[in-house]
Design a binder for this molecule. Structure first.
Ligand code: THU
Length: 136
């Protein structure tokens, strides 16, 4: 699938929209993510914090788990939106790597300006993937 500028814009807009649902009373750092499947659907997610801080879940993983729990395993691109175009954390990079290293990660700010576009492979060189597990 060609990820043209119109598709990127739509994904960023979806991430901006879902970011409004971020539950981040502790960090006050709202994150929104929207992931495009190869079947053309978009699943989104916002970060969800907890008074037990380590239980916080990042927006990217909420979006991925939302998609995977609907049977979607093939991803083309994911947009991540924060106030300052922060990059996805290591855990989210690893979770994205599970489903493919070619997924495009579009990192944007809350105005919709894209700051970086990188593949998962670029964000997580030498990723551990299902292929690294011994065959049973
Ligand atoms: N956060 C994300 O949602 N995604 C990331 O990749 C980085 C961090 C969230 C977790 C927490 O709610 C807040 O941002 C500050 O770390």
């Amino acid at each position: 699938m060609i990820i043209d500028s119109e598709i990127k814009k739509q994904l960023v807009e979806a991430a901006i929209h879902v970011r409004n649902w971020s539950y981040s009373p502790y960090s006050k750092y709202a994150v929104g993510a929207a992931i495009l499947t190869s079947s053309g659907k978009v699943y989104d997610g916002a970060n969800v914090e907890n008074a037990v801080f380590p239980l916080t879940m990042c927006a990217e993983r909420v979006a991925v788990f939302n998609a995977v729990s609907q049977g979607e395993l093939d991803f083309e691109a994911v947009a991540v939106v924060t106030e300052n175009a922060g990059t996805p954390c290591g855990s989210c990079r690893q979770v994205l790597a599970e489903y493919g290293l070619d997924t495009l990660v579009i990192i944007a700010d809350h105005h919709g300006t894209i700051h970086q576009e990188k593949t998962v492979a670029e964000l997580l060189p030498g990723a551990f993937t299902p292929k690294d597990l011994p065959k049973s």
